[in-house]
Design a protein around this ligand. Structure first.
Ligand code: ZN
Length: 145
C-alpha cells in the first residue's frame, strides 16, 4: 500500500509517512517523537517552507504577515484557533514577510495579511485582509472539498 500521506513535522520538519486513517489518531514524528499536529500554525522560513509547501501531501494554508501590521496581529489568534479546527486535513503556517521577503516575492504578496492555500506548492486560492476564525475555516474548506 502506498496511499500514505507525507506529513511534515511542525517541530523538526522531518517528512513522515502517515496512512490517512491514522491522521486523526494523534500521530507522532518518527524522528523527534513530538505530535505531528499541535493545533497551532507552524512558523516557516526559507529553509523549511518547501518541505511543508511542496513535498508534504497536506494542503498548506499560509498566513503571510509582518510584526508591524496591526490587522495581522488582530488575525493571529483567529488563525491559531482555526488551526485546531482545520488540522489534520490542512497544515497551517505563518510566514513573516519581513524576515523572509523572498517568500513574499515568490507569491507576489502585495498586502498583508494575505492567506494563500497551496497544494504541492501551487496556489489554489488567496484571500487578503484580516478575517475571523469561522471565516478562515469556511473559506479553506470551500477551496478544498
Ligand atoms: Zn519531528
Amino acid at each position: 500500500m502506498n496511499d500514505s500521506l507525507l506529513v511534515a513535522c511542525p517541530h523538526c520538519h522531518t517528512l513522515n509517512r502517515v496512512p490517512p486513517a491514522r491522521l486523526t489518531a494523534a500521530p507522532v514524528c518518527g524522528r523527534c517523537g513530538q505530535a505531528l499536529f499541535a493545533a497551532r500554525p507552524v512558523a516557516l522560513d526559507a529553509a523549511t517552507f518547501d518541505t511543508h509547501a511542496v513535498r508534504a501531501g497536506l494542503p498548506l494554508l499560509v498566513d503571510f504577515w509582518a510584526p508591524w501590521c496591526g490587522p495581522c496581529r488582530t488575525m493571529a489568534p483567529q488563525f491559531e484557533a482555526a488551526a485546531a479546527e482545520l488540522e489534520p486535513q490542512f497544515r497551517l503556517a505563518k510566514v513573516d514577510t519581513d524576515a523572509v521577503p523572498e517568500l513574499g516575492a515568490r507569491y507576489a504578496i502585495r498586502s498583508i495579511p494575505t492567506l494563500i492555500l497551496l497544494r504541492e506548492g501551487r496556489e489554489i486560492a488567496r484571500q487578503s485582509g484580516a478575517i475571523g476564525r469561522a471565516d478562515i475555516v469556511r473559506w479553506a474548506r470551500a477551496q478544498h472539498g
